[in-house]
Structure formats: C-alpha cells, structure tokens
Design a protein around this ligand. Sequence first.
Ligand code: ADP
Ligand code: MG
Length: 506
Amino acid sequence: MGKVVLGVTVGVAVAACAVAALVVGRRVRSRKKWKRVVGVLKELEESCETTVGRLRQVVDAMAVEMHAGLASEGGSKLKMLLTFVDNLPSGSEKGIFYALDLGGTNFRVLRVELGGQRSDLDPDVEQQPIPEQLMTGRSEDLFDFIASSLHRFVEKGNDSVQSSITKELGFTFSFPVKQTSVSSGVLIKWTKAFAIKDMVGKEVAGALQQALARKGLNMRVAVLVNDTVGTLALGHYHDADTVAAVIIGTGTNACYWERTDAIIKCQGLLTTSGRMVVNMEWGNFWSSHLPRTSYDIDLDAESPNPNDQGFEKMISGMYLGDIVRRVILRMSEESDIFGPLSSRLYVSFALRTPAMAAMHKDDSPELTEVARILQDVLDIPDVPLKARKLVVKICDVVTRRAARLAAAGIVGILKKIGRDGSGGITGGRSKSDIKMRRTAVAVEGSLYTQYTMFREYLHEALHEILGEDIVRHVVINVTEDGSGTGAALLAASHSSSGSVDNIQLV
Ligand code: ADP
Ligand code: MG
C-alpha cells in the first residue's frame, strides 16, 4: 500500500516538474522572442536618430545643394526650377479672377473676387474627380474636359462666357514643368496616376488655351504655376513677410523668394522686383547626413521611381504608413508576438498614413484603436497590449524623424536666404542683439494640418535648431487651398502689373 502511495506521489511530482519545465521553457522562448522584437525597435530608433547636431548637418547640406542647383543646370539633385513669378500678391489686387487646379485625383475650378486692401478671400470652388480614362488617354480629351468644366462654372456664376473683356486665369499644374515664361512651360514628365504620352514635351498652357478657344471661352492663361507657388502667393497675400512655402501632403515640395542675381545658372535674368520664386522640387533632396534605414532602402528599391525623391520618401504622407508596415512585418517575421504572419503585411501601402496617425494618437488605456486598425487593415487579430504599445512606438519614431527632417529643410531655406539668424550676427554682439527680421513660411498639406504629432515634432525641431532667440521671429502660417486660390491671386498680380513682359534675359 505504502509503495503505491509513494509511486503516486513520485508520479505527481514528475508531472509537476514536466509542466513547470514546459512553462519555464515557454517563458524563456517568449522572452527571447520579445528580446528580438525589442532589438528590431532599438535598431529602428538608432537608425532614425535625428539629434540636433545631425539636423544642423542636414540644414547645411540643404543650403549647399540649393546653391549648387542655382549654379548650374543639373548641378544638384535639387532642380531649383525658375518659375518666372517675379512679384507676389500684395493684397491690393482687384477684380474677378479664375483658377484651375490640376495635380492629384481631384480637379478644381475656382473664382475669386478681390476687393483690394487685403480683403478676406471667399472663393467659389467646385471640385470633381478626373475620370480615370482621361488620365491615360489623349491630351485633347483631358483639356476639353477641363475647359467644359470651366465653361459650366463660369455660366453658373452668372458671368458672361463670351464677354468682350478677357478674363484672367491662373493654372495650377502640379507636375514637373520646364517653365519658359510665367504663363508657359513644357511638361517634363507625368507623375502620380497620369500618363498621357502625347503631352510630354508639349507646352501645357498652350494646350489649355486651345481648349478654351474650342469652347468659346474668352479667357487668358495668365500664369502657369505649381502648388507650392500658389501656396507662397496666398501666404504672401495674407502676410507680407512670407518668403517660402512648403507642401507636406501626399508628397512634399518647397519654393521660396530668391534674388535673381543668386540664380547663377540664368545669367542676366532681370525682373522688376530683382527677385523670382524658385521651385526647389525638394522631394528629390539627398544628403549622406539623412538618417536612412533598411526599410527606406527596401521601400525605394520596390518603388516605381528608385533613387528618386529620397527626401520625400522619408517625409511625406504617401510613404510614412508604408515604412511602419515594413517594421511590423520585420517584427512578425522575427517572432510571433503578432500571432501567425498575416499576408496583408506583404501588401505595399496596405497601411496608409491616416491609419498610422490614428494608431499613433490612440491614448486609450487598452489601445483599442490600435487593435482595431491592426485587425481591420492588416488582418492581425488579438494583438496583446504589449505589442500594441510597440506599434505606437514605431509610429512615433517614423513620424518624429519625418517631421524633424522637414524642419531641417525649412531652416535650410532660411539659411540660404540669410533668415536663420546666423547672417545677422556682427562681431562682438551677443545673441540677444541679433537683428532678425520677422520671417513667415506658408505651409499646406494634410500631413501637417491633420497629424498633430507631426506638426508638434516639426515645431519642436525648429526651436531646437534655431534656438529660442531666433525662432521667435519665424512664423509658420497654414494656408488653406493655396494651390488653387494662390493661382488666381497670381493671375491678378501678373495681369495688372504687366510684369510678364518685364522679365528679360540679357
Ligand atoms: P495632396 O497632397 O494630395 O494635395 P493633401 O494635402 O490633403 O493632398 O494630403 C493628403 C495626404 O495627407 C494623404 O495622402 C495622407 O497621406 C495624408 N493625410 C491625410 N489625412 C491625414 C491624417 N488625418 N493624418 C495623417 N496624414 C493624413
Ligand atoms: Mg495639395
């Protein structure tokens, strides 16, 4: 009997040991997996590091590349395109002006009434999607569609379509254009979803002008600009200290107000103001000081435009979500903390930036929004809280780097034009004596306006790079719909002043 009891006791003890060993083994394995995942995060943090020292190197590199791009054609990855816009709206413009805004999936028609005296703007705007077949068809069909929309819009506004007075039209065309005057330019290439072969190398405003004539519209394309230039125009209309404009939306770009004598590649360029807006095409900026990760390298290699738009791929809304997806994928491959590997994680752009932003801002104790998005968007159910916290951290690292680099880009522009405070220091003066002019930068784009953390990180970095004494003089103004309204304002400022004819190349 005693033997039996002993046998049972020993058996129970052995079983208990086995269970304990199993549990301990699992814990050890799970700890190892967790360690690996934390290692992936640590590596990401290190390779995304943007210390203020590094940001200052980016600032310098941006200013140097701007110089190089202005010195010679092809001298830098920054194209530094001439826009022939040599005056900016002052607020005194009067009259009714129209604008067309073509650049993304939507197309807009606008009508603005200007009363002089920097009046409030309340444009009539009509927006419609561009039918997909027109994006890849014949140029004539696209421009006929645009002209018809404008025709209907003018009629609806009770303006006479065939009036004997020619109406001035601003045309925002956000594709790379080699500008030949403020109102003409040749399409270099299509981007985004557009691919109309017969248009490449052709004059853009001319094609629109012909379509307007076919529809019997008495209108003149007074300016052909891109969205950054429109934003600068609107920014300047509201705040005369505005010297640069930055777009941070699907893509990113910037333009600024430059002295013509600094545009060395175009010797003898004479304008009445002695200045011209330069479209930097800064999305293509590159510097060895940019903190690049293996995820950026993979994203670039798999993109339709490898080795292109390097700055844009680290900053803009089109890409941030996809960088986060790549990090989650790496973690899922290294461990099963996200459960079985979801095939959705392999789909490029499966995680869009607005969804990433929604996870980032989730401050609920259980991170329920993070759980929902992981489930609904990436097909990853039942993610433990610990792993959800990790996802929020990834979003934070990726966005913080993007916003801080954008800030460095802005300071790079300020440095180039001597508005970063460094040019104002004269021998022996203390920092508080620096004479710094008030400087405004117009910013537009949903990544900046809708993504609070992005905006806060950008402002924080501006403070860090410039220092409190200087940053007090730098104002960031958000413009709304500058790409369209700004073009109408430029149509006004370039029609009344007659400055179109004042640009000379001697
Ligand atoms: P576009 O750049 O196409 O002219 P927007 O300036 O509106 O248009 O920018 C759109 C981009 O901004 C989207 O592609 C997306 O990446 C980003 N975005 C939009 N809404 C949000 C949001 N709530 N949070 C973060 N990013 C957003
Ligand atoms: Mg836009």
